[in-house]
Design a protein around this ligand. Sequence first.
Ligand SMILES: NC(=O)c1ccc[n+]([C@@H]2O[C@H](COP(=O)([O-])OP(=O)(O)OC[C@H]3O[C@@H](n4cnc5c(N)ncnc54)[C@H](O)[C@@H]3O)[C@@H](O)[C@H]2O)c1
Length: 357
Amino acid sequence: MQAKVRNVALIGAGTMAEYHLRGFRSAGADVLAIVDKNLSAGRAFAAKWFIQGGVYADLAGLQQAHPNIQAVSVITPNKFHHPLVLDALRRGLHVFCEKPPALTAAQTIEMAEVACAAGKTLQFDLNNRARLDAQFIKKRILAGEIGRINSAQAVWMRRTGIPGFGSWFTSKAMAGGGPLIDLLHMIDLALWFMGYPEPEFVLAQTFADFINDPDFSGSWGKAAAGARGRNDVEAACHGFVRFKTGQVLSFHNSWAEMVKAEDTYVTLQGSAGGAHIRSVNELNSCELYAEKEGVSHDQSFRFQNDLDMGRTRAPANFIAALNGEAEPLTRPDEAVKLMKLIDAAYQSAAEGRPVNC
Ligand SMILES: NC(=O)c1ccc[n+]([C@@H]2O[C@H](COP(=O)([O-])OP(=O)(O)OC[C@H]3O[C@@H](n4cnc5c(N)ncnc54)[C@H](O)[C@@H]3O)[C@@H](O)[C@H]2O)c1
């Protein structure tokens, strides 16, 4: 029998690290050490969370001090996901990587291939799949209550929610893009509900209004005081996808756009029923729609004890799946399809035409 995976380390001790730490600990793993190229950020995090195995600038230093590490989380700015994931896999470690999987589909394909060659697990933090309401809807779909999902709408729109204004979040080179790639969660959720069909083509348009206006900054990922970075990504992206199965999806992602307030949802229309799942101020709810004998049967459900959008349940699932106690929530081939869709959406917006995936 294989030894249980218990010994893990975090790479990147920023805002998201706390969720990974709490998720790993809740699944029985020990976070032994931190890797952060900003050693003082790593030390502050280690002190706050009683992590006693030290802080290292890179994976080589970590492995030298802790040859017993079995898995790592990659929780750095998006640009570093690809090199760090490859490095960790080649060092024989299982990897849980923050979203987006990488900057491009090509990078994601390479990560999936290296994981396969190394015989190591690679999961991504598509945490909304771990929400209780998302799990509930997925079970109803698998039980056949929605039937074949013909169409879906995926929405994450904000009015004033540019994260890390002027930091790595708003740099195309560091983040890969703006709200399309950052708020990819509802697109992923819709695809997961639809059975992750292969995208055929995408038609999309981006808009850059407000992206340089600090009044449209959000509360997440505040840039360091005085940060003078670039804001060279989109403020909004709207698009339409046709899948090879004939299914369709429309998506609407924005950080800064004229909506009443932030809204986050997926709606599904199937051959047997419909569904709607929504998160407002992290209070999650869902609805199911059906017609029976000429009567509309609509049900609504609220999930009041699910306050972090699955951000601790997803890393907990990574450990449980490694130890054969749960099915993995994400697979690398799904991440590849997601990134193909995103690449095609940016290309479509740049070229003003539908683009094949
Ligand atoms: N799943 C979610 O809900 C969610 C929410 C926000 C952010 N994220 C993702 O989480 C990741 C991290 O976001 P954050 O808000 O925690 O960022 P952050 O800027 O707060 O922290 C990033 C940390 O990584 C460190 N770092 C940078 N480059 C490094 C390298 N090469 N090696 C080691 N350490 C390095 C930095 O010093 C910093 O401490 C991003 O990919 C982001 O898209 C996910």
